[in-house]
Design a protein around this ligand. Structure first.
Ligand code: FES
Length: 112
């Protein structure tokens, strides 16, 4: 384990049911990988984390930093999908960092 691994805790909401998740900064490549491991989702993250398919959308409720720290082509993919809500992000573009601490992360894969 890396010496800078920090414990991160947040809630995942799927189909109205909440699950508390505890992880560390370097345990998963990104939030999409973590969600696929924890929730066994069908057709979630079809492009494998390239930020192009928008099948990994989640809605964040919590700190502003997690909502605004967008990477690579995330905004273009959200725009192309007609998603304008700033709280909605691509899970594959969200690194597992302390910015996720105490977030509520809602899986909304029915938007795709
Ligand atoms: S896995 Fe395709 S956009 Fe996230």
């Amino acid at each position: 384990m890396s010496s800078d691994a920090t414990v991160i805790q947040f809630t995942i909401r799927q189909d109205g049911e909440d699950t508390l998740v505890r992880t560390r900064t370097h345990d998963y490549r990104n939030l999409m990988v973590l969600l696929n491991n924890h929730c066994y989702l069908e057709n979630f993250g079809e492009c494998g984390g390239m930020g192009r398919c928008a099948t990994c959308v989640v809605k964040l409720s919590g700190k502003e930093t997690a909502r605004t720290d967008r990477h690579r082509n995330e905004q273009a993919t959200l725009d192309r999908s007609g998603i304008t809500d700033p709280a909605i992000r691509l899970a594959c573009q969200i690194p597992i960092t302390p910015a996720l601490n105490e977030e509520l992360i809602e899986i909304i894969n029915d938007m795709c």
